[in-house]
Design a protein around this ligand. Structure first.
Ligand code: NAP
Length: 283
């Protein structure tokens, strides 16, 4: 069994982004800029935003944070997005989700210029992912693919099972695996015989949001298990959707939580922001 080291792979990705960012600055005087918008004071969102800002610093981007109070109105938020759409020095706009309940996150995402939508959540970018002709990769699923590539894990012809069908993770994850010729099954809360389906997977991706949901009986001997979950166990400690201790010895490869998929998501965000800067400058 080999543990897939997301920290290591993400460091390599960020190193490459840093190198290209420096070239962009030296050759064209362009510094990619990411605007991060956070509404309210959700502690988990705050941690994610800080990680994204730190990554920007590391790769040499400019990052601008817009921290808005929880009572911000829809109109105020849309106006900020409009302003950021116009700003030349901002290449990527990221609105940290979830938004407070009175705000319509769908409308906010649709207001972002698709060329600045570095999370790849806008319908235009989602459509492009479906077509396999994307500018921006969906951050978490693309991070998973990067890890598979980095460890030379083939997808072509493999039986891939994704548990979860969210727009952010499950659906685009399935698409990327399909684009690489995996035979993909998507499972969700209405799936019958879930354990049986999972136990046939060569590559099993868990994006459920339930601590230690994937147990050893659901995993095939020698499977590759990717844990997207960011959950809390009974003691409040960060854990994944996979019962790591009991599952790991059955796997050929497994991602840990923390230190697996999480850092990869941020690394892809950096790649997307660099790409956005290049596209907007016709490079
Ligand atoms: P989500 O929107 O809540 O989706 C969860 C999915 O799991 C849904 O499709 C749901 O099915 C399915 N599900 C729930 N209970 C199930 C069950 N008993 N059997 C089978 N399927 C079940 O969550 P998400 O945004 O995709 O996130 C999933 C997890 O990934 C969370 O822990 C989240 O924190 C984590 N995450 C991590 C990163 C990262 O960077 N590492 C990024 C994003 C998310 P239905 O559709 O039928 O309800």
């Amino acid at each position: 069994m080999q543990i897939i080291d997301g920290k290591k792979v993400s460091a390599l990705v960020k190193e490459e982004v840093k190198k290209q960012t420096l070239e962009l600055k030296e050759q064209y005087g362009i510094t990619p800029g990411l605007a991060v918008v956070i509404v309210g004071d959700d502690p988990a969102s705050r941690v994610y935003v800080n990680n994204k800002k730190k990554a920007c610093e590391l790769v040499g981007f400019k990052s601008e944070e817009f921290s808005l109070p929880a009572e911000t109105t829809q109109e105020e938020l849309l106006n900020l997005v409009k302003t950021l759409n116009e700003k030349k020095d901002i290449n990527g706009i990221l609105v940290q989700l979830p938004l407070p309940e009175h705000l319509d996150d769908k409308a906010v995402i649709e207001a972002i210029n698709p060329l600045k939508d570095v999370d790849a959540f806008h319908a235009v970018n989602v459509g492009k992912i479906m077509l396999g002709e994307y500018d921006f990769m969906p951050c978490t699923p693309a991070g998973v693919m990067e890890m598979l590539h980095s460890y030379n894990i083939p997808v072509n012809g493999k039986n891939c099972v994704v548990i979860g069908r969210s727009n952010i993770v499950g659906k685009p994850m399935a698409m990327l695996l399909l684009h690489e010729n995996g035979t993909v099954t998507i499972c969700h809360s209405c799936t019958q015989n879930l354990a049986e389906i999972c136990s046939k997977a060569d590559i099993l991706v868990a994006a459920v949001g339930k601590p230690k949901f994937v147990t050893a009986d659901m995993v095939k001997e020698g499977a590759v298990v990717i844990d997207v979950g960011m959950d809390r166990d009974e003691n409040g400690k960060l854990c994944g959707d996979v019962d790591f201790e009991n599952v790991k010895d059955k796997c050929s490869y497994i991602t840990p939580v923390p230190g697996g998929v999480g850092p990869m998501t941020v690394a892809t965000l950096m790649k997307n922001t660099l790409k956005a800067a290049k596209i907007q400058n016709n490079l």
